[in-house]
Design a protein around this ligand. Structure first.
Ligand code: TPP
Length: 329
């Protein structure tokens, strides 16, 4: 097929190796995201989590690599598949778990759940249940930064399905015209629910869309945290110099169906197996010494267990408190 998703070219070739400290930070975040979500899947099966839950399993290196390239003061905007973004931007696992389990101690007092986590403290402008809706929010934040005159940047995380919404075209065009400090991080996991990217995009190498708007488009391996980090770092430096936005297409693959109750039987099993063989957690683990790996994993395992206990022991949101909060508005 002419319109096939080609292998990433690897924008970061020739860069110096990534600092060990950054590798450890990224590994903490990919491993924490993996363990946090696997634990959530178990809690979901036990009936403790209700509604939808969209795992980021297999895509963890994108959030970890991108967030390692920005500071606490910089912004992110997330998606309905946003746990990895939140964790990599510094979210407290206890408050996340409480939110997902629907407890009053959660990030949104237990009223938002998995798809609505945001944190002012981390400059995380929020997950979003409306596909593509985060893209203009990020662009607006970029305009805000430009007006304020600060050196901050914004990363807009979104996926291939969202990139077909009109709002993507409007947003990236505006960012190009105003040279806004926005990094458009397109997580191409090859499916929008059950629709393969080959069936929804005229040219499924989605980085090619950037130059149409005067924006550099870079295609990378989204399972390689180092490559994501190095490419994002270049885009961030460019944005801080006032040279405008970058579109990064990070190719990856969901490890399962669209959400926790979708067996994903429509997925290309051969492609799935080959992406799973390049598991982002394993790829990064192989680059770090065993002692550090053990320390990081033990600490994260304890944090996840503590988060579960915290959530289970937290009260459910009260009707009285909810009604009082509406009255305040
Ligand atoms: C505006 C809008 N249209 C449709 C939906 C239903 N929906 C939820 S997730 C999804 C697929 C999104 O695909 P993509 O952007 O590729 O993200 P992914 O799930 O692959 O991470 C759709 C169509 C929605 N939530 N919002």
């Amino acid at each position: 097929m002419a319109n096939q998703s080609s292998a990433p070219k690897g924008a970061a070739t020739g860069e110096a190796a990534v600092d060990e400290k950054i590798l450890r930070e990224m590994y903490r975040n990919v491993y924490a995201t993996r363990q946090f979500e696997l634990t959530c899947v178990t809690l979901y099966r036990q009936g403790l989590i209700r509604g939808y839950f969209h795992p980021y399993l297999g895509e963890e290196a994108i959030a970890a690599g991108a967030c390692a390239a920005i500071g606490r003061d910089d912004y992110i905007v997330s998606t309905h598949r946003g746990h990895g973004h939140c964790i990599s931007k510094g979210a407290d696992l206890k408050l996340m778990m409480a939110e997902i389990v629907g407890r009053a101690t959660g990030y949104c007092k237990g009223r938002g759940g998995s798809m609505h986590i945001s944190s002012k403290l981390d400059n995380n402008l929020g997950a979003n249940g409306i596909v593509g809706a985060g893209i203009p929010i990020a662009t607006g934040a970029g305009l805000g930064i430009r007006v304020k005159g600060s050196r901050q940047v914004v990363i807009a995380f979104f996926s291939d399905g969202a990139s077909n919404n009109g709002v993507f075209a409007e947003s990236i065009n505006l960012a190009s015209v105003f040279q806004l400090p926005v990094i458009y991080m397109l997580e191409n996991n090859h499916y929008a629910v059950s629709t393969p990217v080959e069936c929804s995009a005229g040219d499924c190498n989605l980085a090619n869309r950037g130059p149409a708007y005067g924006v550099p488009g870079v295609c990378i391996d989204g399972n390689d945290a180092e490559e994501v980090y190095l490419t994002t770092k270049q885009a961030v430096e460019r944005a801080r110099r006032g040279e405008g936005p970058t579109l990064i297409e990070a190719k990856t693959y969901r490890h399962g169906g669209h959400h926790v109750n979708d067996p994903g039987l429509y997925m290309d099993q051969e492609a799935l197996a080959s992406w799973k063989a390049r598991d982002p957690v394993n790829l990064l683990r192989a680059k770090i010494n065993d002692v550090s790996v053990k320390q990081i994993e033990a600490k994260v395992d304890a944090e996840v267990a503590e988060a579960v206990e915290f959530a289970k022991n937290s009260p459910e949101p009260s009707v009285e408190e909810f009604l009082a909060s509406i009255a305040d508005d």
